[in-house]
Design a protein. Structure first.
Length: 269
């Protein structure tokens, strides 16, 4: 990122589930956690891997920000409760709930076994349910808060990859976001989702690269699919998240925001 962003989130506490990175570099959750901190928020970096959460928190602290690293399994309600309690013990309140956890399982209904399908749903949409269940009472009590869910362009269109469970779960994330936005609008709580398109993050080298002859082939093919001619970066997603969590978006709720270089506007490939 360049320049010094305004402290739009000063005095707020952001819980970022999935704040680590799956490999060297900047994943969406890691970049967003740092961007929230750069915008003035106290950040709770939450990840299944305590080492990944700690790396993100250490970056924030090295820049003069305030951060707490917490390990959490978002498929376990009691683990989420413990993470939120740790956040409240440290920072007293919660203002932003950011859900970044997600994973791709390749295969259509024929190739997928039921265990893999259920596991994908449990992680990708179940995490939204569980974090909302635990955090919402605190947001309702203070009559304010912002929820930012990371969905995917795959939630609204075929992206060329055969991952039936992921398409299904991310579509559910969209409607879950709308449901949260509408049910809690009068409680001062906003909920929006970001739909990243083709983003160059460490995750694609683990989950997508096997679909191509080589990594350079993957990068070239993905760049060519985007109207702007190149993939986005995790910082593009992070900038959208900071906007949606801030008062700049105080009259925006229930929105599904593509961050995709225009790919969602293309009617054919």
């Amino acid at each position: 990122m360049t320049g010094e962003p305004a402290k739009k989130l000063a005095g707020r506490t952001a819980l970022v589930f999935g704040a680590g990175s799956s490999g060297p570099g900047w994943g969406n959750g890691k970049a967003t956690a740092v961007a929230y901190a750069r915008a003035g928020a106290d950040v709770v970096a939450i990840d299944l891997s305590v080492d990944a959460a700690t790396e993100t928190a250490d970056i924030i602290r090295s820049e003069g920000g305030s951060a707490l690293a917490v390990a959490c399994d978002v498929t376990d309600l009691s683990s989420i409760e413990a993470a939120v309690n740790a956040a409240l013990e440290r920072f007293d309140h919660v203002d932003i709930l950011h859900n970044n956890v997600g994973s791709v399982v390749h295969g259509g209904p024929v190739e997928l076994d039921e265990t893999a399908f259920q596991a994908s749903m449990n992680l990708n949409i179940g995490s939204i349910f569980r974090t909302a269940k635990v955090v919402l009472p605190h947001l309702v009590r203070q009559h304010s808060g912002a929820i930012v869910n990371i969905s995917s362009l795959a939630s609204i269109r075929w992206t060329g990859y055969p991952y039936f469970a992921y398409y299904t779960a991310k579509a559910a994330v969209n409607q879950a976001t709308v449901a949260l936005a509408m049910q809690y609008a009068r409680d001062g709580i906003r909920a929006n989702a970001i739909l990243p398109g083709l983003i160059d993050t460490p995750l694609i080298y683990q989950q997508i690269s096997s679909q191509y002859a080589s990594i350079p082939d993957m990068i070239a093919a993905r760049d060519a699919m985007v109207p702007m001619g190149h993939m986005g970066s995790a910082w593009d997603v992070a900038a959208a998240a900071v906007f949606l969590a801030s008062d700049d978006a105080k009259f925006i709720t229930g929105v599904l925001l593509p961050v995709d270089g225009g790919q969602s506007c293309v009617t054919s490939r």
